[in-house]
Design a protein around this ligand. Structure first.
Ligand code: URA
Length: 210
């Protein structure tokens, strides 16, 4: 999906003070019914300009297969389109003693890119929005639920649109969407114990989608 030039330019200007790199537009079919919203690109995505192509992407592909969804049939996007990074120490040779590590986007970064996600939701007008992880769920719904308590549920609700970017004020859309919260695909790497919960939620969502 193309953006109007001014939306991208304004977003890039707002992002200037922040440690982020790359820009990933999103990928897939905007005529489909399902939009997937991730958090922000990682290193590989920022370099290639495509969403979910790293380790989390492999996990996402497994989950999509279970759901019976193909990447070509859905649209994949994220809350923030650039990779948020922080400098961490490393002993690796030729690294200068530091390297960039991924981090969660902060609220200012989420606000800076909010008009981009709003534009994509309004333009595609998906029936179903699957959020991957807490950052995406909170951005889309304005709710801070624990994902473990709502995973796989179908929530009929408006989505949040930014009203005042600087102040970080959001308002609900007039339209209602079906929002389905899932864990971020990388969550299972940090906490393998949730695998069973993930499998159950995917079964539940698959039944709903079919
Ligand atoms: N996590 C995301 O949310 N998006 C990506 O593209 C990769 C990892």
């Amino acid at each position: 999906m193309e953006f109007p030039d001014h939306l991208i330019e304004e977003a890039k200007i707002r992002m200037e003070p922040h440690d982020v790199e790359g820009f990933v537009l999103g990928q897939g079919d905007t005529n489909g019914e399902v939009m997937l919203v991730g958090e922000a690109p990682g290193e590989n995505e920022a370099v290639e300009g495509r969403p979910f192509i790293g380790r989390a992407g492999k996990e996402l592909d497994k989950q999509l297969t279970i759901l019976g969804l193909a990447r070509e049939d859905i649209y994949i996007t994220s809350v923030v389109r650039s990779r948020p990074y922080k400098w961490v120490k490393t002993n690796k040779k030729d690294s200068g003693g530091k390297r960039k590590a991924n981090r969660k986007p902060n609220q200012k970064e989420i606000n800076a890119h909010a008009p981009l996600l709003d534009y994509q939701i309004e333009t595609m007008n998906p029936k179903i929005i699957i959020t991957l992880g807490g950052v995406a769920f909170e951005r889309v719904t304005g709710r801070k639920d624990k994902i473990s308590e709502i995973i796989g549920q179908v929530l009929e609700m408006p989505v949040m649109k930014v009203k005042d970017i600087e102040a970080g004020v959001y308002e609900p859309s007039d339209q209602v969407y079906q929002v389905i919260p899932l864990y971020h695909p990388a969550a299972v790497f940090y906490n393998p114990k949730i695998k069973q919960t993930i499998d159950q939620s995917l079964d539940q969502v698959k039944r709903y989608l079919s």
